[in-house]
Ligand binder design. Structure first.
Ligand code: SAM
Length: 289
């Protein structure tokens, strides 16, 4: 990431969540009444111009993946709360995610971690949109790549009141591909301190060589765009590699959801053609064992 610049990819994801609310047909896969409201003023206009799924199937496929991962994470949290387990929701690389400002789960505390420049910008967006910051949430500014003890995820989160003794659902959405392997492992090491029954949801991407040629070209085009934004993709996994990384941090991979499974589970029978394309993007659901 560019040190002093808010994440451009966070804005793009937020635009796609907002577009889903406006342009996709009912029933929505992910209902977010704050998705449009949190956008900066000029993007509120831009989102109106995004064409619908049938006119731009590739772009709609990316939108589908972005909305379904948020839906999935919030479903996991709701199920954990219903079982009387989770008392904390930790969003790593929160971007313009709005869950904390519409949290329906009484007693569940929300921690939003993000890169300092992105988090400062989000707080401006919240203020401009007059979205109240509830008592149940805390903003925590951390760069996952930095190595000092003082600036570390552990130091910052624990001093904000996060408890490693409380069962937690962790959503790490749209972040892992942008990290170095060292930062990924350091974050997992911290999460390994959580109690058994804690859950982790994140998306990851298969390496280029593991997908068909046509999709490789799409990955190249996406890489060119995120690199131009100063946020290149750097980390890819095959499923077995990911299982080993998780296992080293005492997590078991419970579900490894590819585009076909997600489309079947969340997008079947839609008339607007919204669904996930390609074999590279995966959603991982892991449990602290
Ligand atoms: C593509 S956005 C996804 C945002 C959000 N999770 C969502 O789904 O809307 C990537 C997020 O990861 C954060 N991020 C990327 N690299 C980071 C780093 N080294 N330290 C902290 N946050 C980082 C960015 O600030 C941004 O909020």
């Amino acid at each position: 990431m560019i040190e002093a610049q808010p994440s451009q990819t966070a804005l793009r994801v937020a635009l796609r969540r907002a577009a889903h609310q406006i342009h996709d047909e009912q029933p929505l896969v992910f209902v977010d009444p704050l998705a449009v409201r949190i956008l900066p003023a000029e993007q509120k206009l831009e989102v109106q111009r995004i064409p619908n799924s049938k006119r731009r199937p590739y772009s709609a496929g990316i939108r589908a993946f972005m909305v379904v991962r948020s839906r999935f994470a919030e479903d996991v949290l709701a199920a954990s709360v219903a079982r009387g387990v989770a008392t904390q929701y930790l969003l790593l690389g929160a971007g313009l995610d709005t869950f904390a400002y519409r949290n329906p789960h009484e007693g569940v505390r929300v921690f939003e971690v993000d890169h300092p420049a992105t988090q400062a910008w989000k707080r401006e967006c919240l203020e401009e949109a007059a979205i109240a910051v509830p008592e149940s949430m805390r903003h925590v500014a951390v760069d996952f790549e930095q190595t000092t003890e003082q600036g570390s995820l552990a130091t910052q989160l624990l001093s904000a009141g996060f408890s490693l003794a409380q069962p937690t659902v962790v959503a790490w959405l749209g972040v892992v591909p942008y990290l170095t392997l060292e930062a990924f492992r350091a974050t997992l090491r911290f999460l390994s301190g959580l109690p058994a029954g804690s859950e982790l949801i994140f998306d990851y991407t298969y390496p280029r060589h593991a997908v068909p040629l046509q999709e490789q070209l799409m990955m190249d085009s996406m890489q060119a765009r995120v690199t131009q934004a100063g946020e290149p993709f750097q980390l890819y996994f095959l499923e077995e590699e990911l299982r080993a990384e998780l296992s080293a941090a005492s997590f078991a991979l419970r579900e490894n959801l590819d585009g076909a499974v997600l489309s079947e589970r969340f997008f079947a029978g839609r008339s607007d053609g919204l669904g996930i394309r390609g074999k590279a993007a995966h959603l991982a659901h892991a449990e602290r064992v």
